[in-house]
Ligand binder design. Sequence first.
Ligand code: SF4
Length: 305
Amino acid sequence: MPKRPSTPPCAAACGTDQRDLVASPPAPAPTAAPAGASPTGPGRTAEFDFDAHDVVVALTSGGKDSGALVHEVCTQADAAGQLHKVRVLHCDLGTTAEEQLVEWPGAEDIARAHAALYAALYDVPFAVRRSARWPSLWERMMSHGRWPGHWATYCRSDTKTAAGRDYVDEVGRELNLGRPPRAGYAMGMRAEESRARAKKPVLEVHRMTGKGTLRRVTTWLPVHHLTTAQVWDTHQHHGIPHHEAYDLGMRRLSCRACPLAGAKDLVRSAQLNPALFAEYAAAEPAMGQFKPSISLAQIIERARS
Ligand code: SF4
């Protein structure tokens, strides 16, 4: 059995596809689903109850899974006559000390375009938010003093999850229901990405719904069942735009330099983003080696060769 890559806990907002199996659009052939995940998968058996929720926030990084996710949420919501409940959210990760975007330039534009596709049906609101505490992921990492890793995913929880939680509260205040809002929170995780993700339920109460909090949030993974090939098919069939980084050989989006990404993607990203990788590399002596398996200096060296 081939060794499957592990996937960081980032969901739609992290591009979800840290180590996808298919590189660029359009996908040439379906890829195999992991053990326990059929092509139709668990996503087909769990239906989101729009009537039981006041709002549905679809989280988009601007990546391909996010494009399929926004399509699925809006299509299902429209069929249920509930498209007016949908909001599309992009979490902005800010810039480095040298004012370079942490994410891919243009990712926000693609995220906005994902929401705009449904404007003919309804003017689906699109919002961009940042963590209230951390102006950028770069500042958060420097403050932590160590790069994120599989056992230290503070990067996501302190930026994207925090911004998403605040946005749910913001919408709750705006709705002014006189009771805690009931929100759906749709993310682009897919079973194919890893065994851990294959086991994730399509619907579950999110950790945003904590003791002492007023909000009630249901996590929804509407594209959990899709293979990478099916994600690209969805793009092709519905005219969903994708970021040009995919055409340049990237298999993931979101952070341009992610310690949890595969070396191949990092080398390609370093070729496309030399100034950003130089800045990250300059921080490596203080922050420790970027990945257990490879340093930034080695990534840059490979990118040049
Ligand atoms: S560095 Fe960025 S892409 Fe990587 S896990 Fe953290 S938030 Fe996600």
